[in-house]
Write a protein that binds this ligand. Structure first.
Ligand code: AMP
Ligand code: GLY
Length: 420
């Protein structure tokens, strides 16, 4: 099978690594990729949000199977176009990708499916939104309806913050994404991520994870794309997992099919767990980053068979070969992230790192110049490891992180504290 993966982060490096463990992969191209991915696969420059360009590329390179990493190409209809051209693709249609691209859409699907989630109201104008906040009081959660690169959610602990968020969103702070605003009930509890594959009908769980969104130790400081993650999430015990599947995920997937927009790909449910029951915080239509890095290390080469089965509508025959293991990924970021940071600093020690089925350093934002790796983003490397226990995975991941010589980078030293 000739495979094309779309994306350029640590998630895509982990997907590429897993796909290459599977002998069914003949040729692998990652577009656009990064310097770490270039060590294991061919990288190609391509505008991955341009559906016609992606379809043309797939045709020119005899691609049999496309795996879409990030949400933006999905929302832009790249999977639809590939399917029209007869190319097998892992990832939902633009209509189904509304589960991430529109918070209001997701709320409506949950309502129709009877899936437990926070109470809400949606607004297209500021004044009624402000009035709603005054009536409901704080804490309350203000969300831009559309895709806002993970920044469109304000958890407002007081009314003034909520009103300011409404004014920002309708004032254009998030562009078109904020033309509609969803206001939600504030939920308390413990958060976890649940990943399932879907083929339009069948739902197959492939793992749980928890991430650390805040930049600082002890989960303090500003929000980031994620500073580390581990899998499985201890809070997702058998009972909660069954409840999430029965009350949230399966009814929503059935509702999508009923609407004529069957969901195919990975569905990432962000859950809030309290009193032995989960409620939906949000859906994403892609793997989490960095959660994917931990998941891929656990799944290995079978990830390709599972994604392929999802794309071909054969998930009812697919089985996950579960290992009783744990994985952790620690994000190395450029000093200053998630605020302003410099690019171009030299990273040493990467060549000497062990690369085994137990430990891999995935690249999230690197370039190679004159034989050296340079930092080229905010989140730059993902030291990822697995073991028989979370403590063992943690020790291996931190041993990797410590052997990287990058004075301009930093990482949190407490990933997994809640579970350890
Ligand atoms: P999202 O981008 O929707 O995942 O939101 C980002 C984060 O905001 C979530 O991971 C939660 O920590 C928090 N959040 C979102 N919605 C709610 C809610 N209704 N109640 C409490 N926290 C929320
Ligand atoms: N790590 C959170 C996300 O990928 O959305």
């Amino acid at each position: 099978m000739n495979i094309l993966i779309l994306g350029s982060g640590g998630r895509e490096h982990a997907l590429a690594w897993a796909v290459l463990q599977n002998p069914k992969c003949d040729k692998l191209i990652v577009a656009p990729g990064n310097a770490g991915i270039a060590q294991i696969a061919t990288c190609a420059s391509l505008d991955i949000e341009d559906a016609a360009a992606v379809a043309g590329f797939a045709d020119a390179h005899s691609i049999d199977f496309v795996i879409v990493g990030p949400e933006a190409p999905l929302a832009a209809g790249v999977a639809d176009r590939l399917r029209e051209e007869g190319v097998l693709v892992f990832g939902p249609s633009a209509q189904a990708a509304q589960l991430e691209a529109s918070k209001r859409f997701t709320k409506e699907v949950c309502a129709a499916a009877g899936a437990p989630t926070a109470g809400y109201a949606a607004f297209t104008e500021a004044e009624p939104a402000r009035a709603y906040v005054r009536e409901q009081g704080a804490p309350i959660v203000i969300k831009a309806d559309g895709l806002a690169a993970g920044k469109g959610v304000i958890v407002a602990m007081d009314e003034a913050t909520a009103i300011a968020a409404i004014d920002d969103m309708f004032g254009g702070a998030f562009g078109g994404a904020g033309a509609e605003v969803v206001i939600e009930e504030f939920m308390t509890g413990e958060e976890a991520s649940f990943f399932v594959l879907c083929d339009g009908e069948t739902v197959l769980p492939i793992g749980t994870a928890q991430d650390h969104k805040r930049v600082g130790e002890g989960d303090t400081g500003p929000n980031t794309g994620g500073m580390g993650a581990y899998s499985p999430a201890p809070v997702m015990d058998e009972a909660i997992t069954a409840q999430a599947l029965d009350e949230i995920i399966r009814p929503c997937v059935a509702e999508m099919a009923r609407r004529g927009m069957p969901y195919q790909g990975v569905l990432y449910a962000g859950l809030m767990i309290e009193n032995g029951r989960s409620r939906l915080v949000e859906y994403n239509v892609r793997f989490g980053d960095p959660e994917c890095q931990a998941l891929m290390l656990r799944l290995g080469g079978q990830a390709l068979d599972l994604m392929h089965a999802a794309a071909e509508g054969r998930l009812d025959e697919a089985r996950v070969n579960w290992a009783d293991d744990h994985a952790m990924t620690v994000v190395l970021a450029a000093r200053g992230y998630p605020g302003a940071y410099d690019k171009g600093s030299v990273i040493d020690g990467l060549e000497a790192l062990p690369e085994t089925s137990f430990e891999m350093c995935f690249h999230a934002g690197t370039v190679r110049q004159d034989g050296q790796y340079l930092a080229n983003g905010g989140r730059v490397l993902n030291a990822t490891a697995r073991g028989a226990t979370l403590a063992e995975a943690r020790a291996r991941a931190y041993a990797l992180a410590e052997s990287i010589d990058w004075p301009e980078g930093f990482y949190r030293s407490d990933i997994g504290w809640r579970a350890l």
